[in-house]
Ligand binder design. Structure first.
Ligand code: KIV
Length: 264
């Protein structure tokens, strides 16, 4: 039986940290599963790290369904979460149709949407129809051409207060999990404390209930400069299974992320 949404909630109540990683195929999914990674995110980052695109924008529903099928075949225990790609959830009806594809054709057990405060009705529509939802706040990579780059979000009192309010509104709308990307550590801690649902962070500090990284970053595969919030676990571990196990252990004992991986 896979990890469930209820178990993730229990982990939060017990103060037990959990680990997530992006996965795009069955072989990596199996290794991650065996390393004790609780959540596998079929991220639309596959557009960049697998397809070699400039951003996540070109990723389509068909790509996401295909990679979700591959990951689901390799995952015996981990919960499989799939990203809804750019412009696949512009209305509640379109979101439900496409979330249905990810779950029914792909085998996803949860879908993730990059959200702003305008998307509460979309999340409510999905959760009312029994779709488990992870709401992604903070840096939203699908909006990179509007943002003009991958920049830390939620800095300053006004932006931070707005993100806390958004997080609470999405919890009220039925979101099962929140994911926070590239925000100050203190804001990650405040949002995590203020919600009953589990919060997964990537560049959001160690106080989040769980952590996620792009697998190719933490295995040292991604070319160029690694994001500040990531760490190459392969360099010291020496093999892929050992790197995955080291990451899982570091998240669970709270030693990752360290202060140098956090934004102030
Ligand atoms: O697509 C992805 O890899 C993601 C992570 C950055 C969380 O959404």
């Amino acid at each position: 039986m896979s990890i469930t949404v209820t178990q993730l909630r229990k982990f939060k109540e017990q103060g037990r940290k959990f680990a997530a990683l992006t996965a795009y195929d069955a072989s990596f999914a199996r290794l991650m599963d065996e390393a004790g990674i609780e959540v596998l995110l079929v991220g639309d980052s596959l557009g960049m790290v697998v397809q070699g695109q400039e951003s996540t924008v070109p990723v389509t529903m068909d790509h996401m369904v295909y990679h979700t099928q591959l990951v689901r075949r390799g995952a015996a225990h981990a919960l499989v979460m799939a990203d809804m790609p750019f412009l696949s959830y512009a209305t509640p009806e379109q979101a439900l149709r496409n979330a249905g594809r990810l779950m029914q054709e792909g085998g996803a057990q949860m879908v993730k949407l990059e959200c702003t405060s305008d998307d509460v009705a979309i999340v409510r529509h999905l959760t009312r129809h029994g779709v488990p939802v992870c709401v992604h706040l903070g840096l939203l990579p699908q909006t990179v051409y509007k943002l003009g780059g991958y920049k830390v979000q939620g800095r300053g009192e006004e932006a931070a207060d707005a993100m806390v309010r958004d997080a609470q509104a999405f919890e009220q709308a039925g979101a099962d999990v929140l994911l926070l990307e590239s925000i100050p550590r203190s804001l990650g801690a405040t949002i995590t404390r203020s919600l009953g649902i589990p919060v997964i962070g990537i560049g959001a500090g160690p106080e989040c209930d769980g952590q996620v990284l792009v697998a190719y970053d933490m295995l040292g595969i991604t070319p160029g400069k690694r994001p500040k919030f990531s760490k190459d676990f392969l360099a010291a571990a020496g093999s892929v299974p050992a790197a995955l196990a080291a990451y899982a252990a570091a998240v669970k004992d709270g030693s990752f992320p360290a202060p140098e991986h956090c934004f102030e």
